[in-house]
Design a protein around this ligand. Structure first.
Ligand code: FES
Length: 176
């Protein structure tokens, strides 16, 4: 884990109490670290470094080891999720039909730096996933619950614009 200034106040104390109870119910918390991290992510929706450090102290495990686990498994996230989660299928059928180019097009359109998963405006999170069982539509992208089939690189800009517009409309409706 890099040297970082931690602000433990970002952690909600009610959620921490729930997490404490979950950890205390475990006989061997170090051996059940994956479960504990799942529970922590369920409660906080992501695993900021402050939360990893909190867990490390709580179960007496090196913070670097916990960060290694969080970084290794793609189902753990160290960034808050965007309003829209874009999942690009990288299963075989999608990959051979150009899913990687589609994924890179989303990265470019959202101006994501290497390792960055959520756009700076907080609207979009991008991830790659394994086969979602819709291979006939390859390459497949999902945004939250909606499925897009036969997606081409050239479609990416329009898809993002549609969702930016949707987000704007929602903000306008709430403001009315
Ligand atoms: S490989 Fe993409 S849906 Fe199956």
């Amino acid at each position: 884990m890099q040297k970082t200034k931690f602000n433990m106040e970002i952690l909600d104390s009610c959620k921490l109490r729930e997490l404490d109870a979950f950890i205390e119910a475990e006989d061997n918390p170090q051996g059940r670290i994956i479960n504990i991290l799942h529970e922590a992510q369920k409660l906080f929706s992501y695993l900021p470094q402050e939360l990893q450090l909190y867990i490390a102290r709580k179960i007496n495990m090196p913070a670097a080891k916990i960060n290694g686990i969080v970084s290794f498994y793609s189902f753990f996230s160290q960034e808050p999720s965007g309003k829209y989660t874009i999942s690009v299928c990288m299963g075989t059928a999608c990959f051979v039909k150009g899913a990687d180019a589609v994924l890179q097009a989303f990265r470019r359109e959202l101006q994501l730096e290497e390792d960055q998963k959520t756009s700076a405006d907080g609207l979009f999170s991008l991830r790659d996933v394994r086969c979602i069982g819709a291979c006939g539509l390859a390459p497949v992208v999902t945004i939250n619950d909606r499925i897009f089939g036969h997606v081409k690189e050239a479609d990416v800009k329009g898809i993002i614009e549609e969702y930016r517009e949707l987000a704007k409309q929602e903000v306008a409706e709430v403001a009315q």
